[in-house]
Structure formats: C-alpha cells, structure tokens
Design a protein around this ligand. Sequence first.
Ligand code: F6P
Length: 327
Amino acid sequence: MSSEIKKIGVFTSGGDAPGMNAAIRAVVRAGSYYKKDVFGIMRGYEGMIDGDIVKLGARSVGNIIQRGGTILKSARSEEFRTAEGRKKAFNNLKKEGIDSLIAIGGDGTFTGLHKFFQEFDVPSICIPGTIDNDLSGTDYTIGYDTATNTAVDAIDKIRDTAMSHNRLFFVEVMGRNSGYIAMNSGLAGGAGAIIVPEENYSFDELMKLLGEGSTTEKKSNLVVVAEGSKIGGADELARKVAEHSSYFDIKVTILGHLQRGGSPTYFDRVLASKMGVAAVEGLMKGENDVMVGIRNNKIVYNGFDAVMQKHHELDSESLRIAKILSI
Ligand code: F6P
C-alpha cells in the first residue's frame, strides 16, 4: 500500500441515514490504524465552505456505532453548486492540510465530490449512505436496511388496526425515485399491493389487486406506495379509489422522516464498518473518484459514470412473489 495520503477529511452530506455514524467511526479508526490524521468536516459541503472542521481521533468516535443520525451533521448545500463555493471549500482544505476526502451520502453527494475532484484533483472516495438504496454499483446502501425495518414495523402496527376495522390503508414510504423500501417492506409486511416507480401500473390494475367485488371479498387491505409512484402518492390513490367505489373504508398513513431515524440494524452497522475501512484502504491504494460498493458480499469500487448512469434496478423476482402472495 502506498502511504501518500496523510490527512483525510470525512463528512456526511444529503439526507441522513442510520449507520452514517458507524461509517464515520470506521473511517476515523481505520485512519488512526494506518497512522493518518482524520478531520471531520461539519454539515457536509456547507462546513467545507465555512471552514467548520474538527480533528477526530479513535476516542472521539466512541459510543456512536449504535446511534442514528450523524455526529458530523448533514446539509444539502446550494453554495457548493457554485464555482466560488467550491473554491472557498478547497482553500479551507488547503489551510488544514487535508489532502484527501471521504464523503458519506447519496447521489447528490457523489456528484459534488466528482465535480470537486475534476476541478481540484483532491483524491476522494464516496461511501453510499442513503435510505433509498438507489445507487447502482452496490447491492446495498447504508441506512436502507434500517429504514426498511422501520417501515415494516410501522406496517405491522397499521395492519392491527386495519384488520380490526376492516379498513383499506394506503401506506406511503420514502425512497425518492426508487421502489426498494416499498418493495421489501411491502413484501415483508404482507401488503395486498405494492406500487413502485419502476413499474407502470394502471389504476384498473390496482383496483383488480384490491379485489373489489371479487370472490376474495377482501375489505381490509394494505397498499404500500413508494413516494415516487407514477400513478400518484398515497393521498391521491386513496382519493381516486374512494371516488371510484364506496366499497372500502379508506385511511392513509405517510411514514415520512421517521424512516430516516433510529438505531441502525446490525446489517447497516456491519456494512458501514466494512465500507469505512474500504474507503480508507482504497485511498491508500490509489482508488480515486470512485464509490465503495458491496456486490455479492465483496467490496468493489466503481467510477462515477458507472454509478450514475444506471438506475439501481429492482429485483423483479421479489415483485413477482409479492403479487402471487397478495391474493
Ligand atoms: O434521500 C433520502 C430521502 O429521505 C428520500 O427518501 C426523500 O425523498 C428525501 O430524502 C427527503 O428529503 P428531505 O429530508 O430534504 O425532505
């Protein structure tokens, strides 16, 4: 391993995700292990622009592996989109002697990092941290497993009341344009229908899945809707179904930001730990302008184009199974 990298800056950016703290811990401890200085940059690119930078050591990341959120805080920075903002950020890194960067975040974070690398040639690696699991180049992103478990827990609770009152619930989950959380929380929660952005459903198909007037005579049901659904979110679908038929007693629950919080699952902690170490070792080996990923349980590094030009496709087999089981 070459040891040209001496001072690593680490930050979290974009929407927070459970497991980000475990990733910060892994980066800082792996850095210390390899005798690198590690600096925490607060509030993502915002803190880089403001020079809000703190020295971190192995002890400063104790007792955080189990905590949700991010001790470094996060932001979506508008100023970093400007050339002046990025120049300010670069000058602050220079002032601290930071010679490499590890960013933990989603597609927006990686896009900013790539641009910064092109302009200033600062060696950098992105760790995928987002509940959306929408990055191709990795089977899983940090936070997705926890968010999906949180959604399943909520769906189970909604099911209790739905069944007691014979009601039809539309439950909306996050994921931006990705249907991962919806697909797997729907499958695990026994949903009667799962609406994901990746599939083109018609309203009639939805009505058929709900089984109105069919031999199944289901009145109580759960529909999990991804927020990026092309035929409308939970509110809109509930309204359309109510307009179409008075057969169902309909309620809506939008899970929202509760899916972003909470203690990370074992899976996200282990994933974050592996990826954090891989990011430090990747920088030392000369990996650059790449995202760490996990494929078939092996660490991989993928370039910007490979990650950004493809949608992280849903597993069509899971969708097929969900349909068979929803009768
Ligand atoms: O990318 C994570 C995510 O939670 C998406 O699922 C959601 O669409 C978005 O962020 C919400 O962003 P904000 O917290 O800025 O409202």
